[in-house]
Design a protein around this ligand. Structure first.
Ligand code: MG
Length: 397
């Protein structure tokens, strides 16, 4: 899996609702539009980090909007959108990601499969953007009278995300910023890439990637949210591994020193195995043994994060998203309590979700049974996901 960074541009001053708030901070179903947008990208397993570019005047608004989310300091935007994007790209230089997806804050509903397709396209292409073919007849007018029909063949409406290889788009933006004419004709990042001589591929976007600009759009977004036919699925998982020789155990991705190890074909991480099975269960996709047969030498000693990521990618491929999980580790020793926070953080990192969507807890069995006798560790997990129900959800507008 190749990961990408996401750059969300939220530095605009549009007050087109006529209200006090810039449009990206307008409440949509009780939360700012920008919060929906950020969570959508944070929840995608192939997005490794999210950078938000904000207007310097919006710092307090942004802090409220992003409360509780695992995000780095926001980048302060410039005088134009292009300038804001360039500043955002500059903050990514230290991390030097191979791919970056640049996205408008005011487009909260990007289907996860569109994000995946844009990221995949960047294995071949320098640039790939979401866009929709024009289906209406097009007319050019003079004083509200049709002067000519415009051939719509080959015409697309550009959306975002617009994905690029990082080095190339950074260089293209730096070049554009230095141009004397101010590069006024460059209306989006695809145009910036093209001006630098790169070709940009069109990826089929989706009608729900509309921009929330006017009060009408906001109503349409509310309708879309309430009509989006997502169903919630819950799955459960259970796993046991026995103790054997060793001096540490791996639980929920964290190595904990212990007087024994856990035996298994992979790293024997019972917590991640139970969670992987819970997600596969919610997908009605069988169990971990079917996807990663223990008979296959390829999985010997494997990091179980691989299994969990695979299950998450299946959720994303179905147009779904992860909602929440709860993992219970069952053993007398080692003590799980001191490591719980770190375990939850590691699980959230693997799933690409916020910390408040993961719970890890532990119990003993009062010295009863095989866990009570210290013969092994058991784990159970539940996971909730959302999947589109039936044919793809219709938008409300
Ligand atoms: Mg197992």
């Amino acid at each position: 899996m190749t990961a990408a960074s996401a750059l969300i541009v939220a530095a605009g001053r549009g007050h087109r609702f006529g209200g006090e708030l810039p449009k990206q901070y307008a409440p949509l179903a009780g939360r700012p539009v920008l919060r929906h947008t950020i969570e959508n990208f944070l929840g995608h397993p192939e997005i490794q980090n999210v950078i938000v570019v904000i207007h310097p005047d919006d710092r307090a608004l942004y802090d409220r909007t992003s409360a509780g989310l695992d995000l780095p300091e926001p980048t302060l935007g410039g005088a134009t959108r292009q300038d804001s994007v360039r500043r955002g790209l500059e903050t990514l230089v230290a991390q030097n990601p191979s791919k970056v997806l640049i996205h408008d804050a005011a487009r909260p509903f990007v289907p996860h499969d569109v994000i995946s397709t844009v990221i995949q396209a960047l294995d071949r292409d320098v640039g790939a953007i979401a866009a929709l073919p024009v289906v209406d007849s097009l007319k050019r007018s003079r004083d509200s009278i049709i002067s000519e029909a415009v051939e719509r063949e080959g015409l697309w409406r550009a959306q975002t995300p617009q994905g690029f290889r990082f080095r190339e788009i950074l260089a293209a933006h730096r070049e554009a910023a230095e141009r004397v004419d101010g590069s006024t004709g460059l209306t989006d990042d695809a145009a910036v890439a093209q001006a630098a001589g790169h070709s940009v591929t069109l990826i089929e976007g989706a009608t729900e990637i509309f921009k929330v600009t006017t009060a009408e759009d906001l109503e349409r977004a509310e309708r879309w949210l309430s009509s989006a036919a997502l169903e919630t699925r819950t799955g459960s998982g259970f796993d046991v591994h026995r103790f054997g020789p060793g001096d540490f155990v791996t639980l929920c991705g964290i190595e904990i020193p212990h007087s024994a190890g856990l035996q298994g074909h992979s790293d024997a991480d019972v917590g991640l195995h139970a969670l992987t099975d819970a997600i596969l269960g919610a997908l009605s996709a069988g169990d971990i043994g079917q996807h990663f047969p223990p008979s296959d030498p390829k999985w010997k000693g494997a990091d179980s994060a691989l299994f969990l990521r695979h299950a998450m990618e299946m959720v994303t491929a179905r147009g779904g998203r992860f909602v929440h999980c709860d993992i219970t580790l069952i053993c007398e020793a080692p003590k799980v309590g001191p490591h719980r926070t770190q375990m939850a953080a590691r699980v959230a990192e693997i799933l690409g979700c916020s910390l408040d969507r993961v719970n890890v807890k532990a119990t003993t069995t009062e010295r009863l049974g095989f866990t009570g006798r210290g013969e092994g560790i058991a784990a159970q997990a539940t996971a909730s996901i959302q999947l589109p129900s039936g044919p793809s959800a219709q938008e409300g507008g």
